[in-house]
Design a protein around this ligand. Structure first.
Ligand code: F6P
Length: 328
């Protein structure tokens, strides 16, 4: 029988995402509800290695449900990739009498957590928090919805100036290897073209499409480009290529960058973070370990960390077809 869980650690790791604070709050309050101690570790795995922690009670997390960023801060720890680093973290957790950890982050976080749990026998549960939405086992990750709204708002503004000047804009959005942000924000903002890593449409097709738009009487256009897209080397080179081949276009580039990671979480992300985190604590108290919680068809589910890491969350390719129809 597994050891009873009396003291749970929580941390946030990897790229921060809006709603991580709502997740921390829900972990802490659920622990309080079940009379379980909760300890926060700063800067993800690095704080576990350095033993930087804080005891958290229900009042420690007041007024953070609406805040962007993460009160526990985040990091991508290189030291945790080493056996020695992980051993230091395990020693600190044992000294602090931590029975289990909740890891809020993306695939890098879960990979680290899985190795750590195997090596040191400390149960972990992953809560998916990343704006990229690229995690298998959940239809939505914490922060994705807020990031989409941030991007759509920014593109709406770009469209104003694009149409005032009859310009073509290339807008680069985040999503290291995944096109979720580009695809959905592109449809939401009415982009003429959407370029994502999952579907290489080719440069010729892009030129054809832009020419068609012009012939159809469009005077300005928006092309949303996912940062992971491979069609051009980068968005600036892509814009140069188009300018060279279609010189009548007055093209500009906007890279939205890290504004996509900030801001107040949307209601959707707050509710998602709350539901996932309550489930994560309950699973640990129930003796479960090495799982990731997720939301599938609006239900709270869980899968093994192994499945979450090996599986692929596929984009809905029908959205590309819809985008093509709507940009006629
Ligand atoms: O994983 C989330 C993410 O925002 C990616 O979309 C992006 O490529 C990356 O993080 C940027 O990371 P950093 O903040 O370390 O530059």
């Amino acid at each position: 029988m597994s050891k009873k869980v009396r003291r749970i650690g929580v941390m946030t790791s990897g790229g921060d995402s809006p709603g991580m604070n709502a997740a921390i709050r829900a972990v802490v309050r659920t622990c309080a509800y079940y009379h379980t101690d909760c300890v926060g570790f700063y800067r993800g795995f690095q704080g576990m290695i350095n033993g930087e922690s804080i005891n958290l009670n229900a009042r420690s997390v007041r007024n953070i449900v609406n805040q962007g960023g993460t009160i526990l801060q985040s990091a991508r720890s290189k030291e945790f990739l080493t056996e020695e680093g992980r051993a230091k973290a395990a020693k600190n957790l044992k000294d602090a009498e931590i029975d289990a950890m909740i890891l809020i982050g993306g695939d890098g976080t879960f990979r680290g957590g899985q190795v750590f749990s195997k090596e040191h026998g400390i149960p972990v549960i992953g809560v998916p928090g990343t704006i990229d939405n690229d995690i298998y086992g959940t239809h939505y990750t914490i922060g994705y919805d807020t990031a989409l709204n941030t991007v759509v708002e920014a593109i709406d503004k770009i469209r104003d100036t694009a149409s005032s000047h009859n310009r073509l804009f290339f807008v680069e959005v985040m999503g290291r290897d995944a096109g979720f942000i580009a695809l959905n924000s592109g449809i939401g903002a009415g982009a003429e073209e959407i370029l994502i890593p999952e579907e290489d449409l080719g440069l010729e097709r892009l030129l054809d499409s832009l020419e068609r738009s012009r012939r159809a009487g469009k005077t300005s256009s928006i092309v949303v480009v996912s940062e992971g897209d491979k069609i051009g080397k980068n968005v600036f080179e892509l814009a140069d290529y188009v300018k060279k081949h279609l010189p009548y276009y007055d093209a500009r580039v906007t890279v939205l960058g890290h504004i996509q990671r900030g801001g107040r979480p949307s209601c959707f992300d707050r509710v998602l973070a709350s539901r996932l985190s309550v489930k994560a604590v309950e699973l640990l108290l129930d003796g479960k370990k090495d799982l990731m919680v997720g939301m599938l068809n609006n239900e709270m589910e869980s899968c093994s960390l192994d499945q979450a890491l090996k599986g692929k969350h596929n984009i809905n390719k029908d959205l590309l077809r819809i985008s093509e129809i709507l940009s006629t």
